[in-house]
Design a protein around this ligand. Sequence first.
Ligand code: FO1
Length: 308
Amino acid sequence: MITALGGGVGAAKFLEGLSSVIESEPLNVIVNTGDDICLNGLYISPDVDTIIYRLSGVIDKKKGWGLEGDTFNSLKALERFGLHTWFNIGDKDIATHIYRTHLRAKGFSATEITSKIAEAFELPSNLKIIPMTDRDVETWIQTSEGEMHFQEYLVKRRMKPEVCRVTIRNIDHASPSPGVIDSIEKARAIIVCPSNPIISIGPILQVKGVREALKATQAEIIAISPLVGGVPLKGPADRLMKGLGLEVSSAQVARLYSDFIDTMVIDVEDAHENQAIKDMGLKTLVVDTVMSDKKKSAILASSILELI
Ligand code: FO1
């Protein structure tokens, strides 16, 4: 069994390649839920949905999130009622959020709901998507213009306000969901996807017992930097790292994980950081990490599997 930790567009792309090269070996994906938001009464779990949509082949490839060929008529119609319309929920995508909200009202947990959604999208049976916790947690960003939900910062405010602090609300009460610790303890390898270290991987590491389990596991742990040439290909990793007073580099990403990973994978454009990462006592792999298509993410996944 291989276990992956991730969230967002970069993780989904990498997992698409990984799932194509592992054949039928079980792959458990522990997914960030800090990006979750309740808008207009609907519960949305963007990272979980992005990974399910990508792995079941229905993702909007151009955007990297949402469903291929979706339209936005219902969103437009909501304007009449003065509801939130800044978060682009498509007409087909909304069905997933209605289903999640319906199941929550019936008392199902995030883990149960995620597995039902994955089943409905006919995810291959060796792939298991596990939300990091069944607790409701939310990532909030303190900025120069006040505190706001991460999605508001990312989508509504287009990452414009300056970041001062990141808080994962309710994380102190978050226990790992069933299967999380087991997936870490029993894996032959664990891959930290090329996801934002602050708001995608960071929340997973803050769930009670997860970091300790990663330190204790016998599994080989390999992390992939989401930075290429010192910048993220998508998203606010650089702004968040800078805002928290961290150097924006793959070496810094490695430093954030150095207490539990064995190997750091960095892009060829960041090869000059190789020695600094080795000096932390880590192994390194310097390869092309830009996943411009499924073939390239499969090549990246294969080169990582060769390390195991
Ligand atoms: N990202 C955007 O940049 N703009 C959007 O309007 C948007 C809507 C959206 C709806 C459903 C969903 O599952 C994801 C959506 N995303 C959108 C992506 C999401 O905000 C981010 O990719 C992740 O939360 C970052 O990890």
